[in-house]
Structure formats: structure tokens, C-alpha cells
Design a protein around this ligand. Structure first.
Ligand code: NAD
Ligand code: UDX
Length: 463
């Protein structure tokens, strides 16, 4: 089957970059990205391409190249669905905040709405691709909904989970470790798989395109994230032990990671993992395991989250304890708010939870992040509902200059590993701070020895 028109529902952190790269690599395919959120679509269409709503290194150049040629962003969802041969569903699948499975299960409301909309407006056969991360067996729900259109349209459902990481999305999409495509194993299913394989094969070597049955593909996405997060929680668990034993977590990570069976990646101790995926997907895995009565399996994976919550909490507690057990009225400078460097995304960022804990103790926080807006930071804190909007405004100051953030502060906390933090004039920062001047490096990016020579009291993770 030759695909000439693609529609992607959801113009978010996955839909936007993924479709931009497909459009760049396949100039003969028309790619239309649709979203209900008009302001998001307007930003994707902003004449100044630097204003697109997702910050990713290299993305604006790709959008500039393809937008208006074969890449389009619109709110006209029905039309784009109707015209497409292949429809990617790339909408949000957050943790449920109500009802059965609240706090664990994935909320599939938006997925189901997409399926119903596709069923309602389609007049020709289509391949529907699950790009969102979904609980294993979701394809059967989609099939059920799409089976009942009553207008003889045939649908094939594929699972094609996305493995990009934010901050490196463009590189991950251009040179993925693998692309995973799951589908039905009958002749029609295999034909649909082949149609999607042929798109990726334009730039991804064939041996990196894995094809499986649809259930393996759905489950692999949840479990890949669980494995990655498990490594971070494992190293973070050891970081605490290091702090009590004079072992150094950097040295331990190197010693462990040079074993080729373990490998060096994803062993950086930190203030805790964040991002929109890890917690949500593990909670979902835990929920699925429990729903099959697999309590030991569920408990095993849940511990990854418990460890992560502990790591965030103990970072905040260390600040409080070091500042003589009270931070009331004390200014603490936060460098970084994003959940990792090179992204403007703050979802589940450790910074939010560390700030919340310090604010509970009446600290005053000044935040500087090179890419996150003040509105986003306040929205993140307000969403927790711990205190009023006015109190958050009063206690948290968002500034555009890192030196201003640190002026007259008792302590500086590094929450995100932005490269620029390493190159600051730390002597100048020291001179402007109250003494003793403390640094809590939640990312182990600063040179501890150099800072101590300046006069800082430094707490790093795991040493
Ligand atoms: P997002 O919230 O940034 O974007 C989702 C978009 O879908 C929103 O703009 C929303 O308005 C839109 N939407 C929701 N329902 C819609 C509907 N019925 N019609 C049209 N538009 C609709 O989410 P995201 O980060 O792009 O994640 C999307 C999916 O990809 C999730 O399942 C997520 O788990 C998965 N994923 C995310 C990442 C990541 O790094 N963010 C990586 C891999 C997989
Ligand atoms: C993750 C997966 O990596 C990606 O494959 C999937 O598609 C989406 O979820 P993302 O959340 O964007 O990607 O970023 P990732 O690089 O995985 O980092 C997640 C969190 O773990 C960040 O807060 C990061 O700072 C933290 N982390 C990562 C560590 O603390 N230590 C590490 O060694 C690695």
C-alpha cells in the first residue's frame, strides 16, 4: 500500500517532532498534524519558527524546511482524518485522576475520543497507528470502536510506540536505536505493517525496524520506560548509601557501567527522575499487573517510584537540615526547573516537588531556567493545590538572570543539568550570597573542589 497522506492527531511533544521528521524525510508524503488546542496550533504556525511550542535542539530548522511544503498544522481535524491513508494517534494518555484506577491507570478518554472521531468521519480504508503510549490490549478497544462504523470502511490497527527522549528528540528520530511496529499477523495486518515499515525505511536501516505482534509492541513501550527508570532509581538508591560510607557515586557508577553487560548509560545519580513518561508508565504497568492479580510483579515495579519520591524528598530535607533545620524566610535560588536539560517541558520535574516541600517550610524561592516561562512554573505549583495561587506568587520569584536569582540567597540548588550553569562566574555568585554560602548540586554537574576553594559549602548527590 502506498501512503501519500498522513494525519497525526495531537500536536504535542511527540506528534510535533515526529511528524516534522517524517515530513522532512518524505517530501512526497503530505503530513497534517491536527490538534483541538488552537493556541498550540497557532504556535506551530507562527511565522517566526523560533516560537514553535516545543523547544528541541534542531527542531525549528526542520519545521522551517518542511512547513507549508508537505507539513501542515491545523485544527481542522475531520478534514485531515477524512483525507488521510494513515492516521497516527499521538494524544496524551495521562494517569487517571478520578474513578477506578485513579492515580495509576492511564486515562484513555482522549484515545477513545479519537477512535470515535475516526469512525465517524472516515469514508475510505485507513491504517490507524497507536503512537501514544498505551496499556497492553488497547488495540482491541480501538478495533471494537472502529468495527462499528456501519459504512464498510476497513481499518488496520498498528502499534508504533515512540522512544524519543526530550532534549534529544530530533537526533533520536533521525537515528533511532530501533523503530518498533506491531500489527496483526494475518495477511492484511502484515500489509499494513509493511506500509509503515516502508516509510521509516527511507532513513532507518531495515535491521533497526522491528516488527512484532501488536501486544508485544504495546507492552514493550511501557517496559522500556520501566527498565530505564529502574536504572535511575537503582543508582539513586546507591547514592544515599554512598553519602553514609564515603564511597563516591560517580566512581561507583563508572565501576558498574564499564561492565559491558550493564553499560554506562542511565547511571547518573540525580535529584530524581521527572518527565511526562516514567512515572505515568510505571504506575500504569503496576496497575495492569495488579489487574491480573500479579501482586509481586506490581510491588516490584512500584518500588522504582517509591525510591524516586524518596530521592526528591531527601534532597529537600537535606537543604533544610543543612540550613540549621529552618528555611523560614530564607531565600533559596533554584537553577533549573525543566525535568532535564535542553527541553522546556516541566511535567513531573523534580524541581516542582522540591520547591513544594521547601515552600511548606516557608522558604522563599527565586528560580531561573533558560527555557521555562514564569507562567509555567506557577501553573506547576498551583496544580499541586498545596497552597493558594497568591501564596505561590508571594513565595516564589521567577527571574531572567541567574545572578539575580542567587543575590542574597542562603543557598543555591541545581535542579536541572543545563550546560550553561557550569560556566557561571561562581566567585561572583559567592560574593553576592549570604554566608555561609551553600550549594546543593542535584545533578552533580559542578566542580565541587573548585567551589569549595571559593568558599562554598557544597552538597552533591552521592558523595
Ligand atoms: P502532549 O500533551 O504534549 O500532546 C498531546 C496533544 O494531543 C495535546 O496538544 C492535546 O491538545 C492533543 N489532543 C488530545 N486529544 C485530542 C483530540 N481528541 N483531538 C485532537 N487533539 C487532541 O503529549 P505528548 O508528550 O506529545 O505525549 C503524547 C503521547 O506520547 C503520550 O501517550 C505519551 O505517553 C507518549 N510519549 C511521550 C513522550 C515524550 O517524551 N513526551 C515520548 C514517548 C511517548
Ligand atoms: C523517556 C525515555 O528515555 C524515552 O525513551 C521515552 O520515549 C520517553 O521517556 P524523557 O522522559 O524525555 O524520555 O527523558 P530521559 O532522558 O529518559 O530522562 C528522564 C528523567 O530521568 C529526567 O528527569 C532525567 O534527568 C532523569 N535521568 C536520566 C537521571 O536522573 N539519570 C540518568 O542517568 C538518566
Amino acid at each position: 500500500m502506498n501512503i501519500t497522506k498522513i494525519c497525526c492527531i495531537g500536536a504535542g511533544y511527540v506528534g510535533g517532532p515526529t511528524m516534522a521528521v517524517i515530513a522532512k524525510q518524505c517530501p512526497d508524503i503530505q503530513v497534517t498534524v491536527v490538534d483541538l488546542n488552537e493556541s498550540r496550533i497557532n504556535k506551530w504556525n507562527d511565522p517566526n519558527v523560533e516560537n514553535i511550542p516545543v523547544y528541541e535542539p534542531g527542531l525549528s530548522g526542520i519545521v522551517a524546511e518542511a512547513r507549508g511544503r508537505n507539513l501542515f498544522f491545523t485544527t481542522e481535524v475531520d478534514r485531515a482524518i477524512k483525507e488521510a491513508d494513515m492516521i497516527f494517534i499521538s494524544v496524551n494518555t495521562p494517569t487517571k485522576t478520578y474513578g477506578a484506577g485513579k492515580g495509576q491507570a492511564a486515562d484513555l478518554k482522549w484515545i477513545e475520543l479519537c477512535a470515535r472521531q475516526i469512525a465517524r468521519v472516515s469514508t475510505s480504508d485507513k491504517i490507524v497507528v497507536e503512537k501514544s503510549t498505551l496499556p497492553v490490549r488497547t488495540a482491541s478497544t480501538l478495533k471494537d470502536i472502529l468495527k462499528h462504523t456501519g459504512n464498510n470502511v476497513k481499518f488496520q490497527i498498528l502499534s508504533n510506540p515512540e522512544f524519543l527522549a526530550e532534549g534529544t528528540a530530533v537526533d533520536d528520530l533521525l537515528t533511532p536505536d530501533r523503530v518498533l511496529i506491531g500489527g496483526d499477523q494475518d495477511a492484511e495486518g502484515k500489509q499494513a505493517i509493511e506500509a509503515l515499515v516502508n516509510i521509516y525505511a527511507r532513513w532507518v536501516p531495515k535491521e533497526r525496524i522491528l516488527t512484532t505482534n501488536v501486544w508485544s509492541s504495546e507492552l514493550s513501550k511501557l517496559t522500556a520506560n520501566a527498565f530505564l527508570a529502574q536504572r535511575v532509581s537503582s543508582i539513586n538508591a546507591l547514592s544515599e548509601l554512598c553519602e553514609f560510607t564515603e564511597a563516591n557515586i560517580g566512581e561507583v557508577a563508572r565501576a558498574i557501567g564499564t561492565d559491558s553487560r550493564i553499560g554506562p548509560k542511565f547511571l547518573k545519580a540525580s535529584v530524581g527522575f521527572g518527565g511526562s513518561c516514567f512515572q505515568k508508565d510505571i504506575l500504569n504497568l503496576v496497575y495492569i499487573a495488579r489487574s491480573y492479580g500479579l501482586n509481586e510483579v506490581a510491588d516490584y515495579w512500584e518500588q522504582v517510584i517509591i525510591m524516586n519520591d524518596h530521592q526528591k524528598r531527601r534532597f529537600a530535607n537535606k537543604i533544610i537540615k543543612t540550613l540549621y533545620n529552618t528555611v523560614n524566610g530564607k531565600k533559596i535560588a533554584f537553577l533549573g526547573w525543566a525535568f532535564k536539560k535542553d527541553t522546556n517541558d516541566t511535567r513531573e520535574s523534580a524541581a516542582i516537588y522540591v520547591a513544594d516541600h521547601l515552600l511548606y517550610e516557608q522558604a522563599k524561592i527565586a528560580v531561573y531556567d533558560p527555557k521555562v516561562s514564569a507562567d509555567q512554573m506557577y501553573a506547576d505549583l498551583d496544580y499541586l493545590n498545596t497552597r493558594t495561587v497568591e501564596e505561590n506568587q508571594l513565595l516564589v520569584d521567577v527571574v531572567q538572570d541567574p545572578y539575580e536569582a542567587c543575590q542574597d540567597a542562603h543557598a543555591v540548588a541545581i535542579l536541572t543539568e543545563w550546560d550553561e550553569f557550569k560556566d557561571y562566574d561562581w566567585q561572583k555568585i559567592y560574593d553576592a550570597m549570604l554566608k555561609p554560602a551553600h550549594i546543593f548540586d542535584g545533578r552533580n554537574i559542578l566542580d565541587k573542589g573548585q567551589l569549595e576553594r571559593i568558599g562554598f559549602k557544597v552538597s552533591a548527590i552521592g558523595s
